[in-house]
Design a binder for this molecule. Structure first.
Ligand code: ZN
Length: 123
């Protein structure tokens, strides 16, 4: 029987790329990757680009988040309503708490992006 000596071929790995504008605005200090894997040898992306696209990363609480008024109020409201939820046994209240969790995550994600320079090139 003739041995198959053809080298095995694999389909090329597709690395999803980030929007360059998002990448330029992304602050890598705001994320810590929970996966301790290094980049693939063929991966053309920088660490920042991989982190921007990673859904497994933890959010790092950076100074701007700790002092953010909106985040502070969302957390305050959630803490107050969570206390109330312990005795209220209300499905609506539980849903509101879920929404407040979402609001906190949305705000944190938003704050992982640096401020866009205003009218930098517009004339
Ligand atoms: Zn990650």
């Amino acid at each position: 029987m003739k041995k198959n000596t053809e080298p095995k071929t694999y389909p090329p790995i597709i690395f999803p790329r980030a929007d360059p504008r998002d990448l330029a605005r992304f602050d890598p200090r705001t994320k810590t990757c929970s996966m301790n894997c290094g980049p693939h040898a063929l991966d053309p992306r920088t660490k920042a680009e991989r982190m921007l696209l990673c859904d497994e990363c933890f959010v790092n609480e950076v100074t701007t988040m700790a002092t953010c008024d909106a985040l502070g109020k969302i957390r305050e409201a959630r803490a107050l309503l969570r206390d109330e939820a312990k005795t209220a046994n209300s499905r609506e209240l539980a849903m509101v708490l879920t929404k407040l969790d979402e609001a906190e995550l949305w705000r944190q994600r938003d704050m992982q992006m640096k401020e866009v320079p205003q009218n930098h090139t517009a004339a």
